[in-house]
Write a protein that binds this ligand. Structure first.
Ligand SMILES: [Zn+2]
Length: 304
């Protein structure tokens, strides 16, 4: 029988957890987070009372660990618990609920909630540069998240109150999803490179998009695909996201929707079909923990 991944030392020993995270964030050895010094001027502090993974920089004379400047910095939780939570989120195609995390990690509800959302935040690669470009095709599509029929709607709920999501995918490249607050065209302006070829359904939603060319299929005329003009990649993605919403998360607060989308985008962009296994996906997620600390605060945390 193959060895269970859950028996790996990084999930059980704090020392192994530090070694694992250091290998991901410092592939060429420790780097001082205060002055960027690396190499011989970094010393390892060892001793019975010394904290795990403690180093000293002999250039700026400050001590540090790999947690500084990452999402782990403000946390008092053992690193091995973080790695367990990251692994669970990376390996679960439809996500993992706060309650499930709480039960599996044996931690409190609030801790599980914060862990989940910080990891989702770290999975977001950022949305600064547009998708597509010359010779590239970008699919765009929208979807509405309807509440399950079992859940009670608040009085005065209208169809327009449903949360809306818009996703873009560069064919052969990355997917990018976001809450749709305003018009789909606003998203195209901001997130699609002007030299791209754009493929959508519902042509009426996308009048004169600022791209090199635009083709669409008309679902209202029972046309779903014409050669490579289709939005099937996104239809498939929406279907996984909705199964996660109904089966796992049950409720997503609008103000946290973008973080859930980042989680599903992350798994889609590192999916098994691209030759990435659960362990590699986890390593990529850990690499993303760097530099995410301040922006998480700025985005505002609150109880769900
Ligand atoms: Zn230093």
């Amino acid at each position: 029988m193959a060895k269970s991944v859950l028996s790996d030392a990084r999930f059980h020993s704090e020392e192994a957890a530090f070694e694992y995270v250091e290998a991901q964030l410092w592939p060429n050895g420790p780097v001082c987070p205060h002055c960027a010094t690396a190499g011989e001027k970094i010393g390892r502090l060892k001793g019975k009372t010394t904290r795990h993974g403690l180093y000293k920089c002999y250039a700026c004379r400050k001590p540090f660990t790999v947690r500084i400047g990452t999402i782990f910095e403000d946390s008092h939780l053992p690193l091995r618990l973080w790695l367990q939570a990251i692994h669970l989120l990376c390996a679960s195609k439809k996500g993992i609920s706060t309650r499930q995390l709480q039960r599996m990690l044996g931690c409190g509800m609030k801790t599980a909630w914060h862990l989940g959302h910080r990891i989702r935040h770290a999975m977001d690669p950022g949305k600064a540069s547009p998708l597509g470009g010359a010779g590239k095709t970008v699919e765009a599509d929208e979807t509405e998240l309807t509440k399950s029929r079992k859940s009670k709607r608040p009085a005065g709920h209208r169809r327009g109150d449903n949360m809306r999501v818009m996703s873009l995918v560069e064919r052969g490249g990355a997917i990018r999803s976001m809450t749709l607050d305003h018009s789909a065209m606003g998203v195209i302006y901001k997130h699609v490179h002007k030299d791209s070829r754009l493929v959508t359904d519902k042509a009426a939603h996308y009048k004169f998009p600022p791209v090199a060319s635009h083709e669409s299929v008309d679902h209202s005329k029972f046309e779903w695909a014409r050669d490579d003009v289709h939005t099937n990649t996104l239809e498939g993605f929406f279907s996984i996201f909705k199964r996660g919403l109904i089966g796992v998360y049950q409720h997503m607060d609008q103000k946290h929707l973008d973080r859930y989308l980042a989680e599903f985008d992350f798994r889609q962009n590192t999916r098994a079909k691209l030759g990435i296994d659960d362990a590699q996906r986890e390593a990529i997620a850990v690499q993303g923990m760097k530099g995410k600390r301040l922006t998480y605060r700025a985005s505002g945390s609150a109880e769900a």
